[in-house]
Ligand binder design. Structure first.
Ligand code: ZN
Length: 277
């Protein structure tokens, strides 16, 4: 049994503020350790539950946040960016039986600690085939195309509610409870590590690859906080204006959909002006 862990940082134990997850800041340096503790707890739990292999894919910002030297020595990790499937890189080789989303968070424009979808502010909402979409939902659609279930999700309590909508079978651990976008009731790393390890051990039985579903088209819509970003996004082939501050595109599969989404957010982030957005 092989498990892929997609590790994002906003939903990690103790994290509540942009500086906590912004590479290079003293707070980010501090929170690399609790983040690593969350991920390592999942690694230990999956091995407790019978996994033979655990591959971690760094999924936050520069994708070099976790402390490799503190991980269980049975784990392996993809560090660094520019990967075909970005946050769920590694799922495409036909050998992964289950995926865990560790340190995840809710989507742009919804309640949740550090809620956003890919970009911190410029994207105010994302929809996939009409359903409000978080990063968790988008990536769950990607891994589903490879027949791989999401078996474990950790983040704040709102992230657990969100996970319930796209992966109702998955085990969830709320490492903190939402108070505001920048505040939470936090539990200690020792406590959350114990909870995550136990949940991962239980989640291992859910890691059963199934026949990939029939591939189907996905229409993804994004809403921005400024109108000019529509013009910027529309240079990506297939992306059209769908409202005053909205664009939409349709892809035949989620494999193509998530790559187009990444292209749109990359182009849009380059068009964000420092003061006016
Ligand atoms: Zn994220």
């Amino acid at each position: 049994m092989k498990i892929l862990i997609s590790a994002d940082m906003e939903g990690a134990t103790g994290v509540t503020w942009p500086g906590d997850v912004l590479p290079g800041t003293p707070q980010w340096e501090r929170f690399r350790r609790p983040f690593t503790s969350d991920v390592n707890a999942a690694v230990l739990g999956f091995f407790d539950g019978g996994a033979d292999e655990v591959l971690i894919n760094e999924a936050h910002w520069s994708m070099r946040n976790l402390l490799l030297e503190e991980l269980d020595q049975r784990a392996q990790m993809i560090t660094g960016k520019h990967k075909t499937l970005s946050m769920v890189e590694g799922v495409q080789h036909g050998d992964v039986d289950g995926v865990a989303f560790i340190g995840y968070h809710t989507g742009a424009g919804t309640e949740g600690v550090l809620a956003h979808t890919y970009l911190p502010n410029s994207v105010t909402g994302v929809w996939a085939n009409g359903a409000r979409a978080s990063e968790g939902l988008l990536n769950s659609l990607v891994v589903a195309e490879y027949g791989v279930p999401v078996v474990l999700v950790t983040g704040d309590d709102k992230t657990c509610q969100d996970a319930n909508s796209y992966a109702p079978e998955a085990r969830c651990v709320a490492v903190k409870d939402y108070v505001s976008r920048y505040a939470a009731v936090c539990r200690t790393p020792a406590r959350t590590a114990a909870d995550i390890r136990e949940a991962a051990r239980e989640a291992a039985v859910l890691a059963v690859r199934h026949e990939p579903p029939h591939r189907r088209p996905f229409t993804i819509e994004l809403e921005f906080d400024a109108e000019h970003l529509v013009g910027a996004a529309s240079v990506v082939p297939g992306v059209e204006r769908s409202g005053e501050r909205r664009v939409a595109f349709t892809s035949p599969t989620m494999y193509e959909g998530i790559r187009c989404f990444k292209a749109v957010t990359t182009v849009v982030s380059a068009a964000v002006e420092e003061q006016y957005g």
